[in-house]
Design a binder for this molecule. Structure first.
Ligand code: SF4
Length: 508
C-alpha cells in the first residue's frame, strides 16, 4: 500500500500524458529518493496527467504517453530502459518515434554520448527545477521538432540533434527533498528517506558523486528538523541520505535530536548511508544503536596510507583503529569496510596492506564482526581520474582472488564485485557516440557478458581503448561539451596534484 505525503490532484482536465519511468522493479523505485521527488514535483503541476512506470508494471492507467522520462543512475540501466520501451511498442531510437523520451541522473549527466541516439534530450545535473520547464515546453509545443528546438535553448538541457556546450545545473539546497510516497512494498519498507546534503567536499580522485555535485551543499538545520518531523508523523523508519552526510555541520545535532526522542520513549529506526571513518564518535554510535542499527559501513577505499593519499582519501591507520574501537565500545556489533582494487598506482604492497590491516583489526577486536566489500576501479567521466585506464581484467581477477583467499584465511568475509562487469561499465563510462549501435546490439543479444563481447566484435570496437588506455590531457574527450563546473582545467590540476603525491612518496 502507498501513502502519499502530499495532496494529489487527480482531476487535471488534460489530455497530455507523461510516464515517469524507473529502470528497475517497483520495490526499488519506491526507495529511490530522486525518482519519487521528481514525480511529486511534476504531479503537482496543473495540466499534465502523470503516471509512474517500472520494469514490472503490469497495467498502466493511460494507454500511451506523450512524454516519457527515465531516471538513469547506473551504466547498465540502458538494458532495462530498452526492454521497457519495447514492452510498450515505443521505438528505441529517437528518430523513429513521435513521442519524446528523455533521461536524467548521474550517468547521463557525466557522459550522455553512448546513449545519444536513444533519448531526445538529457537533463544535465540537478533536475528539480528544469524538469518542470522541460515538461511545459513539451506540452505546449505543436510538434516534437519545435519542442526539441526550444529545449535546446534551456540551460542544463542537452538535445543531441542540436549539439552545443551545456552547463551542469546546480541547485541550492534550501529545501529538503524526501520520499513523498511511503510504501510497505518498498525495498526499504515503510521508510522515509531524506536528503541531508548533496555532494562531497572530499574530492576523492575517482568519485563521480563528489565532482558531479560540487560544491557540497547542506540542507539548513531547521528545514532538516521539520522534514524529520514530517517523516516521523508518518512512519517510525527514517533514513538519512547524502554522499557524505557527516560533513553536514549539524550531523551530530541531528543524531542527538533523534537520540533524545528515543530516550523519551519514541520508537524510531534510523539508518544512514556509509560514513567517513572520522565521523564515528561515541554519541553518533549510541544514536545508531538506540535506533536499531547493528552495524554500519565505513569507506576506506584503499589499504595503504600511500594509496589513500594518491586518491585523496586522507585517512590514517590510527583513525581507522580508533573508529573501530568507538563502534565496538558503544554497542555496534560489526563494521563493513568498503574499498576499491585496481586504483591508479596500486601494487601488491597496497593489497598486502589491506590484509595486514584486516588481520590487526581482527586481532584487536575479537568477537566484533569485520567484513570487507570491494569493487574495482572504473574511470568515470568528469572526474580527475578520467584520464586513467583500468588495469587489464586478468590482473584484476588475480588481485581479486588474492584478496579473497587471504581474507578468507583470516576468517573475514569479502565480497568483490564482478571484474568483468566493471570492465563493461568502464567502456560505457568513457564511451562516445560510436557505442550507440554497440549497446543496441548488446541488448538485442540478451545483455549478458557474452552479448557485450559479441557486439564489440560485430562493430569492430576497440573496447580496451575506452576501458583500459591511459588518455592524455591533449586528447579531446567525448564529454568535453559538458561543463560540470569546476571544469576540465581544474580536473587536470587535481589529477596532477594527486599524481604528485605518488612522485613525492617515491622520492622520499
Ligand atoms: S569521501 Fe566518499 S563521497 Fe566523498 S569524495 Fe570520497 S568517495 Fe566520494
Amino acid at each position: 500500500m502507498e501513502k502519499y505525503l502530499y495532496q494529489r490532484n487527480t482531476s487535471k482536465n488534460s489530455d497530455f500524458v507523461m510516464w515517469m519511468a524507473f529502470p528497475g522493479i517497483y520495490s526499488f523505485s519506491m526507495s529511490s529518493l530522486g525518482y519519487l521527488w521528481m514525480f511529486k514535483t511534476l504531479d503537482e503541476l496543473e495540466g499534465i496527467n502523470i503516471e509512474r512506470i517500472c520494469s514490472d508494471t503490469e497495467k498502466t492507467v493511460y494507454p500511451k504517453p506523450d512524454l516519457m522520462g527515465f531516471s538513469f543512475s547506473f551504466d547498465m540501466d540502458f538494458l532495462t530502459i530498452f526492454s521497457m520501451l519495447e514492452k510498450y511498442g515505443i521505438p528505441l531510437k529517437s528518430k523513429d518515434r513521435d513521442i519524446i523520451v528523455f533521461a536524467g541522473g548521474p550517468v547521463v549527466s557525466a557522459n550522455p554520448e553512448p546513449y545519444r541516439d536513444f533519448f531526445d534530450f538529457f537533463i544535465i545535473g540537478d533536475g528539480e527545477d528544469v524538469n518542470i520547464k522541460a515538461v511545459e515546453i513539451c506540452k505546449n509545443a505543436t510538434n516534437k521538432q519545435e519542442a526539441l528546438k526550444l529545449l535546446s535553448e534551456v540551460d542544463g538541457i542537452y538535445v543531441p540533434v542540436y549539439p552545443q556546450n551545456v552547463k551542469k545545473l546546480t541547485k541550492k539546497l534550501t529545501e529538503c527533498i524526501y520520499t513523498p510516497i511511503i510504501s510497505d512494498n518498498a525495498f526499504f519498507k515503510d521508510t522515509f528517506i531524506l536528503e541531508m546534503s548533496r555532494g562531497c567536499a572530499n574530492r576523492c580522485g575517482f568519485c563521480l558523486a563528489s565532482y558531479l555535485n560540487l560544491p557540497l551543499r547542506c540542507v539548513p538545520y531547521e528545514e532538516l528538523l521539520n522534514t524529520i518531523e514530517l517523516g516521523l508523523s508518518n512512519t517510525n523508519k527514517i533514513a538519512l541520505l547524502g554522499a557524505q552526510i557527516s560533513a553536514h555541520p549539524h550531523f551530530n545535532d541531528v543524531c542527538k535530536y533523534i537520540y533524545d526522542k528515543i530516550q523519551e520513549g519514541q520508537n524510531i529506526e534510523m539508518s544512514v548511508s556509509s560514513l567517513r571513518v572520522d565521523a564515528i564518535t561515541p554519541d553518533v554510535v549510541k544514536t545508531f544503536v538506540a535506533a536499531g542499527q547493528k552495524n554500519t559501513t565505513l569507506a576506506i577505499e584503499a589499504g595503504s596510507e600511500r594509496l589513500r593519499k594518491v586518491i585523496n582519501k586522507n585517512l590514517s591507520e590510527e583513525q581507522i583503529f580508533n573508529a573501530v574501537k568507538i563502534a565496538r565500545d558503544n554497542g555496534l556489533k560489526g563494521l563493513k569496510f568498503y574499498g576499491m582494487i585496481g586504483l591508479p598506482t596500486e601494487t601488491y604492497e597496497d593489497l598486502e596492506a589491506i590484509i595486514n590491516l584486516a588481520k590487526r583489526l581482527k586481532q584487536e577486536n575479537k568477537g566484533f564482526d569485520i567484513s570487507f566489500g570491494f569493487s574495482s576501479f572504473v574511470p568515470k567521466a568528469n572526474t580527475p581520474f578520467q584520464w586513467f585506464g583500468r588495469v587489464n581484467t586478468k590482473s584484476l581477477e588475480e588481485k581479486s582472488n588474492f584478496l579473497k583467499k587471504e581474507l578468507h584465511k583470516l576468517g573475514i568475509t569479502a565480497h568483490i564485485s564482478s571484474i568483468k562487469w566493471d570492465y563493461w561499465q568502464a567502456v560505457l563510462s568513457r564511451g562516445d557516440a560510436t557505442l550507440c549501435d554497440f549497446i543496441l546490439e548488446v541488448y538485442r543479444q540478451g545483455g549478458k557478458l557474452g552479448a557485450f563481447k559479441a557486439a564489440a566484435k560485430k562493430y569492430n570496437i576497440d573496447t580496451d581503448y575506452f576501458a583500459c588506455s591511459d588518455w592524455n590531457f591533449e586528447q579531446k574527450l567525448p564529454w568535453d561539451f559538458i561543463d560540470i563546473n569546476p571544469g576540465k582545467e581544474f580536473l587536470k590540476q587535481e589529477n596532477q596534484r594527486l599524481k604528485g603525491f605518488e612522485v613525492a612518496i617515491n622520492k622520499a
